[in-house]
Design a protein around this ligand. Structure first.
Ligand code: SF4
Length: 350
């Protein structure tokens, strides 16, 4: 029988498994504590767990599966990790330092099928989804790095914005959220977690229905279908009208603010007319909208796109502001390393 990652299991799943295998229920709490609080890397280190339970765990699970291939550290403290999965595939994880805490950006799929035309990751189509455990282990690896530094730092925020479309791997990503949010474990507050989708409208309904308090970000990138389809192929399947219907449902159910990601591409989507269109699109629920303007990080793979000039970004920002839309510019982290999403991985593969 193939072993499974222990990080795949939510606390309830672990409890059921332990009870189904003839062990007492409280063992689940002990095991959970060893994994997420003491962060052991071997079952044998779980000192207060009985031998029979350790043996069962060893027979059925493993703890460690990701290998660190590369670690690039930026002058601003951003660290980009390239991990090798058990099957040899490579994924990226990024640790970013902000004044409000330490945030980790996780990958959810090997490659991506969404086909955003500006993205280095989108060039390498999806070969598989990551398991919940593979996503959790990215956090554990980064936390292990922080533990090694001995400064008592902990991952406080998570953005599910790395390679892959999280809602195309919905169940595993939801399990991941339950695991990292568990208050007996890593205890990363749901309000400190943001899940970013390219706009899989049908899954936005599902996400609203889960009742999870995590934040939602939507990559909008253009305010009309013609332009959005050019930038993001996914817009053919989920055009803006469908997306806005799903957003309306989400807002009704949750009353939670949505962040709209808008990548600033020179002479493509950065004119005043697009700013006005975007403001109009969001006008009905502007009190629950925040637009993140993201200066494009040029990558060799997409030399037809350039970063918008600073004055265009500023003008776009001002126009939105005048129209009553909250917005800000998200300047890059880790500018001196392979900062663009997917860049480190695609360089290694090629
Ligand atoms: S930007 Fe995200 S959703 Fe779009 S192709 Fe890249 S990884 Fe996929």
């Amino acid at each position: 029988m193939d072993k499974q990652s222990i990080y795949d299991l939510t606390f309830d799943q672990l409890t059921d498994w332990i009870v189904d295998h003839g062990q007492q229920r409280f063992r689940a709490q002990q095991v959970w504590d060893w994994i997420y609080k003491k962060r052991v890397t071997q079952f044998l280190q779980m000192k207060n767990v009985n031998k029979e339970c350790i043996h069962l765990l060893e027979k059925n699970f493993y703890i460690h599966s990701l290998e660190e291939e590369i670690k690039q550290e930026s002058r601003d403290g951003t660290i980009k990790f390239l991990f090798k999965l058990a099957d040899g595939n490579l994924i990226e994880t990024v640790l970013m330092r902000f004044n409000y805490g330490l945030s980790v950006c996780v990958t959810t799929q090997v490659g991506c099928n969404i086909g955003c035309t500006f993205c280095a990751s989108g060039l390498l189509t999806k070969s598989r989804d990551l398991s919940a455990g593979e996503i959790v282990e990215q956090i554990m690896k980064v936390q292990a790095h922080l533990d090694e530094q001995g400064k008592g730092e902990r991952v406080s925020h998570i953005v599910v914005m790395g390679i892959g479309e999280p809602f195309d791997n919905f169940n595993n990503v939801m399990d991941f959220l339950y695991i990292v949010n568990d208050d007996q474990g890593l205890n990363i507050g749901a309000r400190h977690i943001t899940v970013s989708t390219s706009g899989l409208a049908h899954k936005i309904y599902d996400f609203a229905d889960t009742g999870i308090q995590a934040n939602l970000a939507i990559s909008i990138h253009a305010p009309n279908n013609e332009l959005r389809t050019k930038i993001m192929k996914i817009n053919r399947a989920f055009p803006i009208e469908k997306l806005m219907e799903a957003i309306h449902y989400y807002l009704e159910q949750t009353n939670r603010r949505i962040t709209y990601e808008y990548i600033m591409l020179k002479d493509v989507n950065d004119h005043q007319k697009e700013a006005l269109q975007l403001a109009e699109l969001l006008s009905d629920h502007r009190h629950l909208a925040y637009v993140n303007l993201i200066p494009y990080n040029a990558v060799d793979e997409h030399d037809h796109y350039k970063r918008s000039e600073t004055k265009s970004i500023q003008a776009f920002h001002e126009t939105l502001k005048q129209q009553g839309i909250n917005n800000g510019v998200r300047w890059e982290q880790g500018a001196d390393i392979d900062a663009a999403c997917g860049q480190l991985r695609s360089k290694q593969i090629s």
